[in-house]
Design a protein. Structure first.
Length: 150
């Protein structure tokens, strides 16, 4: 269930009403993780997008980047995603989120797999104020999916 909410959030982040009136822009997602891209999380992410009608390389582009366990690779990969001008960055883990947050102040970041985003300095609190806002709208923890879309 949380993965479905993540995917809905990402689709909303890369879609704007103005785009609907202009030429159809293909949404571009940057996906940054420290682990292998051949795991179940990536397969589930693709499946969730397909269930919503998004097919990779057809009507959505995903720029996949993995540090493959090397902590020193997160930052250059995050910078690379910003240079590709992705619409949103999805991060898997603390190192990826930190690198993405340092690499951009303009691209929304959706973080996953962070047990304590407050202590890590990604958000000021876990308090949801209202139905659609958290304290730092640029970095959104996956934990809030069910609360944001109720």
């Amino acid at each position: 269930m949380p993965l479905r909410f993540l995917i809905v959030l990402i689709v909303l982040a890369v879609s704007t009403p103005a785009e609907a009136q202009q030429a159809k822009k293909v949404p571009r997602i940057g996906y940054l993780t420290g682990t292998s891209l051949s795991g179940n999380t990536v397969m589930a992410f693709r499946r969730g997008l397909r269930e919503l009608g998004y097919i990779e390389s057809k009507n959505i582009v995903i720029e996949w980047r993995s540090a493959e366990g090397n902590r020193d690779r997160h930052r250059p990969l995050a910078v690379e995603l910003t240079q590709l001008k992705v619409d949103v960055i999805v991060t898997g883990g603390e190192d990826s989120t930190r690198a993405a947050k340092e690499a951009t102040s303009a691209i929304p970041i959706v973080m996953t797999n962070d047990r304590d985003p407050v202590s890590n300095g990604f958000v000021a609190s876990l308090v949801v104020t209202g139905a659609t806002r958290i304290d730092n709208p640029r970095v959104v923890p996956i934990r809030f999916r069910s609360e944001l879309f109720v």
